[in-house]
Design a protein around this ligand. Structure first.
Ligand SMILES: [Zn+2]
Length: 138
């Protein structure tokens, strides 16, 4: 079974040390994730690929205890659904909205150090394991 990313260009893959792929404005320096074609601050079209740090601090979080509406959600639903954490992790220049590997709010704390991991998300129609990124406490 092949492991394929949930979308191309979101994180470096395959990789033992995957990194999120953002963009950085070469005119004003702002960093975005996901990457963008034009700068949201100065409207420059001069955006360069920018790999984000693998570790950061948990900035905000909550728990998703029921399947989100589909589409756009394409993960497990019904009896296969497993609650998951969602939140923002601050990676230096940018805050990233992300799944968290921990769904228990008592196990999460503002400011705790988090690390990027690539985790199974679902199985596609061709039998490939679709993987996505998440952050876990470290
Ligand atoms: Zn800019």
């Amino acid at each position: 079974m092949a492991r394929v990313p949930v979308a191309e260009g979101i994180f470096t893959w395959p990789s033992d040390d995957p990194q999120l792929v953002g963009s950085r404005c070469t005119d004003c320096g702002i960093v975005t994730f996901p990457s963008q074609q034009s700068c949201p601050r100065c409207a420059s079209m001069s955006m360069a690929e920018h790999l984000l740090a693998r570790r950061g601090r948990l900035w905000a979080f909550t728990t998703q205890s029921f399947p989100p509406p589909s589409p756009p959600y394409s993960g497990p639903s019904g009896k296969e659904f497993v609650p998951f954490g969602v939140g923002y992790v601050e990676l230096g220049d940018v805050k990233v909205e992300t799944h968290l590997t921990v769904a228990d709010p008592d196990a999460l704390q503002h400011g705790m150090e988090m690390e990027l991991v690539v985790v199974p998300f679902r199985t596609d129609d061709d039998g490939n394991e679709v993987v996505t990124f998440a952050f876990r406490p470290c």
